[in-house]
Write a protein that binds this ligand. Sequence first.
Ligand SMILES: [Zn+2]
Length: 299
Amino acid sequence: MTSAGVRFYVLQTFRLHGCDASKIGDDRRGEAPHCDACGKPLGLLAWLPPHQVEFEVCPKGYCDLVYPPHDDFLVSARFKEIYEREGLRGLVGFEPVTIVKLKRRRRIKEDPPPYFWVKAVRSQTVVDQEASGFEWEKDSPVCPVCREAGFLKRWKRLVIDVDTWTGEDVFYALGMPGEIFVSERFKHVCETYALRNAAFIPAEQCFGEFCFWEIEDWEIRTFDETLAVLQSWNKKGHFDHIIAAMQEIRDRVVADATYDWIGGLEERLGEKLDQVVDAAAEAHYRLVGMPPAPWNSRS
Ligand SMILES: [Zn+2]
């Protein structure tokens, strides 16, 4: 297998849109996967059968991929059929899911398709932590088996060490246990068949920042990103006056990192600026590399 040009993506399991499923019955909990060498947990507690869920259909109908707040996810019968026909690899399970309670929508008349519970394999494929710009807390030795250490402060991108790739199309990799990686082919199949609720980020664009207070110029970066968020929300021009006021006070924010610029703006414009608070929260999520907050899906 040639490694040249192999690209990986991260499956976006945290979605603002799409159907929702939550597991019913918390009693059937298995063990969390853990490292045999250092004992670190590598995921959440296993979800054992029977797989029963409360399901809420989204306005667009029944999705092919559904992500309960869990490591595992649900796939439709259509996904299962395509996955098998295309010979994709990396998912295990495919156990039937029972929808115990269904929240319907008036516009969606049909019944749900059969759903199956799946999980991605924990493969021996390794995330190249150096190429990914991992920064651990000081003096935190990395376990040679699971590649975990203490607190991970930040990473700039996710780079799979292609030489270690064990060939799965969907998998967890050693060194970044929380993300599900997929191959270019997996993404291609999902797009070809327009499978619903399959969204991907190129792995090299996945970053994380858990110690933002250590970042120089954090205040002005947040300010600029907030302005960008407001501009993207300003299709009807309702925020023109706020944007103009922000541009006027930018120099002051640059000069004084402690300046309460939202308070300053409210005073200047004589109104409560909840939308700026929302935009600042959204900006923060963008800057730390986390998905936007679900309570704040204006865009
Ligand atoms: Zn370990």
